[in-house]
Design a protein around this ligand. Structure first.
Ligand SMILES: NC(=O)c1ccc[n+]([C@@H]2O[C@H](COP(=O)([O-])OP(=O)(O)OC[C@H]3O[C@@H](n4cnc5c(N)ncnc54)[C@H](O)[C@@H]3O)[C@@H](O)[C@H]2O)c1
Ligand SMILES: [Zn+2]
Length: 375
């Protein structure tokens, strides 16, 4: 028998540093910013059918003005298209265009585009650089940060993917002006999730200024984006590969993903996370970890944000408690057929046990929490 040691430094293991820029008029700055990144000989913009018309043409024009030639390839908008099939079609289009390893992908769109185009970048010729230009609020505050890319499967969400960081994240807050209000609220749920778990002050700021926030006060929204990103960068830096603390940014997602999947993506990802926040807060309250007073405060705030107990009841009525629990077991946090939950301890912090952020919860407690909302 021979035993030989191999040591390797895969690209994803090298120290990665990149910037997230947040401000107005950023789309116009893109040609200058691209020139400062790794030199490549061509660019491919990947976007969806909606964003192509809203910002795609404008971006191509800006690039052209700076003598930067970019191809644009698109796929139909919507979570239903965040699939292996789309990944494969986009890859084939790039191959047909004879894109080499000296190509940079520009992901322009919401979280669906960022996750899918980022995954194409991670796998194309074993990995090429990409830049993320998030246009939805959800993508600005959450999905563009942290390097998780991938696609959904018929078995569950985000089950195929990679860790692949962009060269830069460029956030033009003017894009929010074109965003439908429901999409803004959808994205705000990810900020609310991170504020509820890490920053009570910001949670209260959103609660107290909700009307201005949903009317798109860009100053307030920029503050929310910057703080959400800062908090997420902190988590991801401490635990990039979700061994422990990174689970916190998936708080609300165990139940949220189950609802999203079972309802066949009829509700936005953020809304599903909002409903997941209600149920997972109740789980913590039933376990005596979260006070009833704080649980009520969470419910009251969520009600103001449009995540009502009534709407959750209508959704939960369509599925059996067992079906929801079964779906949660396909969650990426599941180990040995058991799923670990992040538990809210009070507004602004989560429970840890001996430094661990994930906790086993009896199925009966999850069932009780779900039943509470169906009454
Ligand atoms: N990778 C991560 O860490 C991470 C984190 C959170 C969420 N996600 C993923 O993000 C996805 C959800 O992202 P999403 O909510 O942005 O969905 P989305 O990408 O489907 O965008 C929602 C809709 O808004 C449109 N849109 C986007 N920006 C717009 C704008 N400025 N003006 C008008 N319309 C605009 C899109 O075309 C789409 O039709 C889910 O797949 C979720 O799993 C990933
Ligand atoms: Zn999410």
């Amino acid at each position: 028998m021979n035993t030989l040691s191999i040591s390797s430094k895969l690209p994803q293991q090298k120290a990665i540093e990149y910037q997230a820029r947040i401000g107005t008029g950023q789309l116009k700055q893109i040609p200058n910013l691209l020139k400062k990144l790794s030199p490549v000989s061509r660019y491919v913009i990947i976007t969806d059918s909606t964003i192509k018309d809203i910002f795609g043409a404008q971006l191509v024009k800006e690039l052209k003005k700076a003598d930067i030639k970019a191809d644009i390839i698109t796929f139909p908008a919507g979570e239903k298209n965040k699939t292996e099939e789309t990944h494969s079609k986009l890859t084939h289009k790039m191959l047909q265009k004879k894109c080499g390893r000296d190509t940079m992908i520009i992901a322009l769109g919401g979280g669906v585009v960022g996750d899918t185009a980022g995954y194409v970048a991670a796998t194309y010729m074993r990995g090429i650089p990409y830049v993320n230009i998030p246009t939805s609020f959800l993508a600005m505050v959450d999905s563009s940060i942290g390097g998780k890319v991938g696609v959904d499967t018929p078995y569950g969400k985000n089950l195929i993917g990679a860790f692949w960081h962009p060269e830069a994240v460029i956030i033009d807050i003017d894009c929010i002006k074109k965003l439908p209000q429901t999409q803004l609220v959808n994205g705000l749920m990810e900020s609310i999730k991170i504020f509820l778990t890490y920053d009570k002050g910001m949670f209260e700021m959103v609660e107290n200024n909700w009307k201005k926030v949903v009317k798109k006060d860009l100053g307030l929204l920029q503050k929310i984006i910057a703080r959400s990103i800062e908090l997420k960068i902190g988590v991801v830096t401490r635990d990039e590969h979700e061994a422990n603390e990174r689970m916190v940014v998936n708080w609300g997602h165990t139940i949220g993903h189950a609802i999203e999947h079972l309802s066949n993506f009829s509700f936005g990802h953020g809304y599903c996370v909002g409903y997941g926040i209600l149920v997972e807060s109740k789980i913590a309250e039933l376990m005596g970890i979260l006070s009833t007073e704080d649980f009520e405060k969470v419910c009251e705030a969520m009600n103001q944000f449009g995540i009502t107990k009534k709407a959750l009841k209508d959704i939960l009525k369509k599925f059996s408690t067992q079906a929801i629990i079964k779906q949660t077991l396909i969650d990426k946090k599941a180990r040995n057929g058991k799923v670990k939950y992040v538990l809210l301890e009070k507004i602004g912090s989560v429970k840890t046990t001996k430094g661990m952020f994930g906790h086993e919860v009896d199925k009966s407690t999850v069932a009780k929490a779900l039943t509470y909302f169906t009454k």
